[in-house]
Design a protein around this ligand. Sequence first.
Ligand code: PEP
Ligand code: MN
Length: 305
Amino acid sequence: MTPRMNSKWNGQFSCFDLVARVHEKAGDGVGAPLRTIVRVREIEIGGNDFVVMAGPCAVESETQLLQTAEAVAEAGARILRGGAYKPRSSPYSFQGLGVEGLKLLRKAREATGLAIVTEVMSEEDVDLIADYADIMQVGSRSMENYALLEAVGQCGRPVLLKRGMTATLEEFLRSAQVIAMAGNLQIILCERGIRTFETATRNTLDIAAVPVLKAVSHLPVIVDPSHAAGVRSLVPVLARAAAVVGADGLIVEVHPCPEQALSDGEQSLTFHEFRQMMDDIEPYLDLQQESRQLRPQLLAVGGAE
Ligand code: PEP
Ligand code: MN
């Protein structure tokens, strides 16, 4: 029996043939869907594990980074985040330590074994950052920087692509397609909240984006509850929501002393809060299995006929 396919999601994205799920035949409904697993050393993103990336918004000092790396590794994070090159909305804000920050990230990797994800803002920095990073982060503000997308498409490292704050899912997948066309299919999509009329949170976490992206694309999808919430008290509950709807992992901001952070302190968790979040998320990961089983039905309108 042929499921009647949801033409909105299928038709809309099929032009992005390298990243959209276009290879599944409408009629076979039962076969396990193709998935892309992004491999970073022994870590698999998009497979069965829920992979947590955590660390400060910005690398500020050796003590700050090493302490944070040890704390998040201890709590179960597998990947250390930390910006050395920061896209700040204000020219007066801390812009990052640059190469010094990259060196500190390398040191933290040596000390803890955590893999490193860090942002690249310009195509001119791609080679340099690829020397230090295990995953290249393309931030929201750069989602439509096509020169950068093409450059990370040729850098030989996996890419964490964050959704632009005013980007539709179609535009998001279009950017992923640009990276893929440049030769790199190791792409992780990240929902980090979009700008809406609501101002109570920094951004509006588009939680539906997770199951929709997982249904229409074979790429892994993670959630950034920190930039969505803008306040630390909301981060753990949004993380749970991400787990339940089937995200492949999280990227979360953590700082030894958030009140003194040079960037995004209000949304950064303390070490204690991060550990608590990690401990409390377990039961929600069990629920995730159920969401994953529902996924193929998302593409069919009204199920099989
Ligand atoms: C960040 O991860 O610190 C960051 C700047 O995120 P975004 O690009 O989602 O704003
Ligand atoms: Mn930040």
